[in-house]
Design a protein around this ligand. Structure first.
Ligand SMILES: [Zn+2]
Length: 91
């Protein structure tokens, strides 16, 4: 399984829509691929925030981090992903 397939299947994984076999292949990939595992963590973090607040109140910074984790192209003019946000948001 490559990274692109893995990170997209993570969403189905979290929704409980995958078979046991596919869940296992995703887990195996995440265990060997830190970038994908990081994206998985972001998705879990997002769901925790959503479940504890209203869907419309998900912090924009968290959404941005998830978008970066799954490789979504950034808009022109956005700061580099590695740069800390201005003002120093708490980690
Ligand atoms: Zn990967």
């Amino acid at each position: 399984m490559d990274c692109d397939k893995a990170i997209h299947r993570v969403y189905y994984y979290l929704d409980g829509e995958l078979t046991v076999w596919r869940r296992w292949t995703i887990k195996r990939h995440l265990s060997k691929c830190p970038p994908c595992a990081q994206g998985f963590d972001f998705e879990l973090e997002l769901r925790q925030v959503v479940s504890s607040k209203c869907r419309d109140e998900v912090p924009p910074d968290l959404l941005r981090r998830i978008a970066e984790a799954i490789g979504e192209p950034r808009r022109p003019g956005d700061p580099p992903a590695a740069a800390a946000p201005p003002g120093g948001a708490p980690a």
